[in-house]
Design a protein around this ligand. Sequence first.
Ligand code: DX5
Ligand code: ZN
Length: 222
Amino acid sequence: MNVKIAPSILSADFSRLAEALEAVERGGADLVHLDVMDGHFVPNITIGAPVVRSLRRVSSLPFDCHLMVSEPQRHIDDFLEAGAQMISIHLEADPHLHRALSAIREGGAKGGIAINPASSAELLGDALDYCDYVLVMSVNPGFGGQRFITSVIPKITRIRGMIASRNVDVEIEVDGGIDVATARSVVDAGASILVAGSAIFGKGDPVERIRAIRMAATTSLV
Ligand code: DX5
Ligand code: ZN
């Protein structure tokens, strides 16, 4: 399987985001993951559409905007206009997934459904027919640098089964606690997009960190 690496800039130095984007592009990242938090759906506040719009000018990688906000449908147009190629909304935050996902797709971006660790895979249900990817949270959203929750691995497997039985073209993205130790397990379960924040923007060179995670995710253990 072709694995995509999506560095989350949440753990980068916010005063030097252009340099962070340049480094991940040099490191062969496939996407840039942008964590949008509103201090309401999650405890933290991060960035909004104006920052995404500015960063759009300094990167040629696709932008994957993860909206951890209440009433996300109110903000979809802003992120489309800011230049997002992928926008995910939490199923816990919006009872009108069909409407929100349709708006994202009609705006020319891929629509994703994000799902918290304690939310059952079965809640995705019919909404799998209306999305391009599922963002499986492997930590509780709100902060970078948390420990990977291993019980999401069987959930990823279940979601992969639901996607296969519906015969839909839906990718699985995993977000939270991904590093060289955990990457392989989520790929084996069915994920093809790996978000990593602190494992890329912690200590060391982001270019090397991306290569190491890709190697760990794709190298056969047998
Ligand atoms: C958490 C965010 C993640 C975060 C991941 O709420 O959605 O994208 O940046 O950070 P790490 O990889 O450090 O767990
Ligand atoms: Zn995220």
